[in-house]
Design a protein around this ligand. Structure first.
Ligand SMILES: NC(=O)c1ccc[n+]([C@@H]2O[C@H](COP(=O)([O-])OP(=O)(O)OC[C@H]3O[C@@H](n4cnc5c(N)ncnc54)[C@H](OP(=O)(O)O)[C@@H]3O)[C@@H](O)[C@H]2O)c1
Length: 320
């Protein structure tokens, strides 16, 4: 579905669900031969934990990381490894992918590792085990995230505020560090994707200072990662508005959030971002809602300028 933009949009088309140009069946989006690691990939498929509190709809909430794993598995990735803290959730996700993507189970393509991304020892051990099992890594999707309970600065709980910074910044740093230590040699394609949030650059509403600041900080972190690793494509993505636990907590609601996008949109957009077609958005920050064909038509302009980069607005300071 394509509808009128809910937000100002870089492209004329503003998508709410997947569309043909990002279809995992496209040969140009094949992930064959790629080892993919997705943090926060286990949410949504353990139906036994879906309760009235966590899901008031008649469908289970499906996390963005899990949906992204499905896209990469569908596109034939050599391996997809899911990282999260809850082993049961991860196992459910693994079995759900193996059940829905033909050939996944028999070829042992789907792996899981429980780890808390803020714990260096756990992250180091998890990535060592992944690399020992599947070999050098090609693609990292940093999806693990935490939304602090909305609260204005005056009354915010400091532990809750800091937890968002720890997961969204320290956790992202640790998994990215481990990935670059285990990635394929520089002459082979490697990609780091970060699921940011529009709140990192759109100042709307109050009560989200921890989430917005940590997501914005991570964007700047990845600017440096891109400079240090020119051989790797590093891209940050606003995933759209997806009905998940993170979204409900950040909106302070226990029920449904209206007008959500379909989780297939960020999932398949990340598959596209991991393909050579997306080389022109290296080091950039895009929204999943934007049309990739319209962006491709402006590839040279995007690549050769500060377009779609985080910077001070209203001031013609260029970094090129
Ligand atoms: N939904 C949206 O509309 C939206 C919008 C903008 C950005 N995002 C971002 O999208 C990403 C995915 O979130 P989601 O919306 O799909 O929500 P979600 O289903 O709740 O996913 C969050 C994931 O992060 C994992 N996680 C949290 N803390 C962790 C930790 N310390 N160590 C390891 N894993 C951890 C969780 O697994 P465990 O609990 O098992 O560890 C869970 O799988 C997040 O970074 C979120 O900020 C979402």
């Amino acid at each position: 579905m394509t509808g009128p933009p809910k937000f100002p949009s870089f492209t004329a088309k503003f998508h709410n669900t997947s569309y043909p140009a990002i279809d995992p069946a496209l040969p140009g989006l094949s992930a064959a031969g790629k080892n993919v690691v997705i943090t926060g990939g286990g949410t949504g498929m353990d139906y036994s934990v879906v309760t009235v509190e966590t899901c008031s709809n008649d469908h289970p909430v499906i996390g963005i990381g899990y949906a992204t794993a499905l896209s990469f598995a569908t596109a034939g990735a050599a391996s997809v490894t899911l990282i999260g803290r809850r082993a049961t959730q991860l196992q459910s996700a693994k079995h759900a992918i193996e059940d829905s993507v033909p050939g996944s189970a028999g070829r042992s393509r789907i792996h899981v590792q429980s780890a808390d991304v803020v714990d260096q020892e756990q992250v180091t051990a998890a990535f060592q085990k992944i690399a020992d099992t599947v070999g050098p890594l090609n693609i990292l999707v940093n999806g693990a995230g935490y939304a602090a309970s909305p609260s204005n600065v005056k009354s915010a709980n400091v532990e809750e505020w800091w937890k968002a910074c720890e997961v969204n910044l320290k956790g992202t740093f640790l998994t990215t560090q481990a990935f670059v230590q285990h990635k394929v040699p520089d002459d082979q394609e490697s990609v780091i994707l970060y699921i940011s949030s529009g709140l990192s650059h759109v100042a709307r509403g109050t009560g989200n200072s921890a989430y917005a600041a940590s997501k914005a900080g991570a964007i700047r972190f990845f600017t440096t990662v891109q400079l240090e690793h020119p051989e790797t494509r590093v891209v940050c993505l606003h995933p759209g508005t997806i009905e998940t636990d993170v979204l409900r907590k950040s909106h302070n609601v226990s029920g449904s959030v209206p007008n959500c996008d379909d989780v297939s949109l960020p999932a398949n957009t990340m598959l596209w971002l991991a393909s050579p077609e997306a080389n022109f958005v290296k080091g950039k920050y895009i929204w999943a809602n934007w049309n990739v064909e319209e962006m491709k038509a402006r590839a040279a302009e995007i690549e050769g300028s500060d377009l779609l980069s985080m910077k001070l607005s209203g001031w013609p300071f260029t970094s090129k």
